[in-house]
Ligand binder design. Structure first.
Ligand SMILES: Nc1ncnc2c1ncn2[C@@H]1O[C@H](COP(=O)(O)OP(=O)(O)OP(=O)(O)O)[C@@H](O)[C@H]1O
Length: 239
C-alpha cells in the first residue's frame, strides 16, 4: 500500500499561538488512524491543519507525495478529503436525499450505496434535516462526505452526544467502511476503546506533540499505556 498522507514535523496553530509542535505521522491507502489524547491537546487542530484552516509555521504536509502545505483549503477538499465536521452541518431545510445529492461528485459512492450503509437514511429520505435525531444527523453527515467520493474520510468526534445504541450502529458502519470498503480514514475520538476498535493505527497527542504511535490493537491491549497517556482503564471505561 502506498502512502496517502504524511505530516512531517508540522508546527501549526492559530495566529501566533502554536498548537501542534513538530507533529509527524502518516497514513497509507486504505488505512484508518485514530487520533487520541486528552482535551485540548490538538486533535481537532490536526484535522483543521490538514484542511488548510490553521497557520503552518514549520514542517510539511504531503498528500499522495505532493507537498500541499500551502495549498488553499478549498482545493484540498476537492483533492479528496472528506470532512465530517464536529458540528455535523446538515442542511436543515433540505430533505435527507437532497442533502446527499447536493454534494455528490462522480465516483463509486452513490445514493444506493450510502443507503446500504445507513438503512435508516433510506427510511428517512423524505424528512428534512431539522427533523432528524442526533444519530440520524451524524449518519447523514457521514453519508454526505461519502457522496463526495473522498479518498480520506475525516471524522471528528462522530459519537459525541449520541445514545449508546446509536453509537453501536455508527461504530459498526465506520468499521465496515474501514475494513470492507477499504476507505482510508482519520477518527478523532474522546473514547479510546471505541476509536481503537474502529481503526488500524493509533497516535496519541500531548500538548500538540506525538507521544505514541502504533497499531490500534496493540494499544488497546496495553492497559498501562492507555491509563498513563489517556487516563482511562480499559476495564472501567464506558464507551
Ligand atoms: N480557532 C482557534 N483559535 C485559537 N485557538 C484555538 C482555536 N481552536 C482551538 N484552539 C486552541 O488550540 C488548542 C487545541 O485545541 P483542539 O480543539 O485542537 O484540541 P482537541 O484535542 O481537539 O480538544 P477536544 O478534545 O477538547 O476537542 C486548545 O488550547 C484550544 O484552545
Amino acid at each position: 500500500m502506498s502512502e496517502l498522507l504524511a505530516f512531517d514535523a508540522v508546527t501549526a496553530g492559530y495566529g501566533n499561538a502554536v498548537v501542534l509542535d513538530r507533529l509527524g505521522f502518516s497514513i497509507r491507502e486504505g488505512e484508518s488512524l485514530a487520533i487520541l489524547g486528552r482535551n485540548g491537546v490538538g486533535k481537532t487542530t490536526t484535522i483543521e491543519t490538514l484542511m488548510g484552516n490553521t497557520r503552518v509555521s514549520g514542517g510539511r504536509i504531503r498528500w499522495r507525495g505532493r507537498n500541499i502545505t500551502h495549498v488553499p483549503a478549498h482545493h484540498r477538499a476537492r483533492a479528496g478529503l472528506g470532512w465530517v465536521p464536529q458540528e455535523r452541518e446538515v442542511f436543515p431545510s433540505l430533505t435527507v436525499e437532497e442533502n446527499l445529492t447536493v454534494v455528490a461528485r462522480p465516483g463509486a459512492w452513490k445514493l444506493d450505496r450510502v443507503y446500504g450503509l445507513f438503512p435508516r437514511l433510506r427510511e428517512r429520505r423524505g424528512n428534512y434535516g431539522n427533523q432528524l435525531s442526533g444519530g440520524e444527523q451524524q449518519m447523514l453527515a457521514i453519508g454526505r462526505a461519502l457522496m463526495t467520493n473522498p479518498q480520506l474520510l475525516l471524522l471528528d468526534e462522530p459519537m459525541e452526544g449520541l445514545a449508546p445504541i446509536v453509537v453501536e450502529e455508527l461504530a459498526a458502519a465506520i468499521r465496515r467502511l474501514c475494513e470492507q470498503e477499504g476507505l482510508a480514514s482519520i477518527v478523532v475520538e474522546q473514547h479510546p476503546v471505541l476509536a481503537l476498535e474502529m481503526t488500524h493505527q493509533a497516535i496519541v497527542l500531548e500538548r500538540g506533540t506525538l507521544v505514541y504511535a502504533g497499531p490500534s490493537q496493540t494499544l488497546a491491549a496495553d492497559a498501562e499505556t492507555l491509563d498513563r497517556l489517556l487516563g482511562v482503564g480499559m476495564r472501567t471505561e464506558e464507551a
